[in-house]
Design a protein around this ligand. Sequence first.
Ligand code: SAH
Length: 224
Amino acid sequence: MRIDIITVLPQLLESPFEHSILKRAIDKGLVEVNLINLRDYSTHKQKSVDDYAFGGGAGMVMSIEPIANCINALKAEREYDEVIYTSPDGELLDQKMSNRLSTLKNIIILCGHYKGVDQRVRDLFITKEISIGDYVLSGGELAAAVISDSIIRLIPGAMSDETSALTDSFQDNLLAPPVYTRPADFNGIKVPEVLLSGHTANIENWRYEESVKRTKERRPDLLK
Ligand code: SAH
């Protein structure tokens, strides 16, 4: 898989891909992540990528020309399955969406800034708009990192234990059950007996029941 992230702040996005599961997936060649500096596609002397909003009002708008130049240059090299724009008015990211995106070959993620991008960018180039939650960020970079993280960890081979992703929250519309590690007794507070029993079927049953219980309590909407 290849993820091309278009941003005015490539440095902001370096660290998320330099650690843990994401780094390992990149090192193993399971995914290639390219941070593309939008300013490289600006034809202005000052490399500007934004301008005043038509009709006035506070806040700058990201111009269409550098974004068009950048996306067209990428598209000339390969086909893309999705050209994503991070936006608070997009479709809410969830595990189902991440599962689907993780099966794609090439995607572009465009990070917005200021008041967002000129609407014509969205009309002409964007195939999918994703929000990571009902709040407003200063830029699309952290959203792009969240989207990429949730996708990359699902690529087979990215996690050392492949079954781990399948037992995470939201797969099967259930939240994950509680987890424990040593010591079995912390100041008299004990780990549930069944987890120490070594009885796989009973443990699986307990975990399933705890998952259902937790989902009913915290996210009954998932069970509908
Ligand atoms: N004026 C816009 C918000 C701009 S915030 C509005 O009210 O909808 C600047 C940029 O941050 C956006 O263009 C988008 O790329 C990114 N962003 C902000 N909040 C986001 C969210 N919840 N999910 C994904 N991207 C977001």
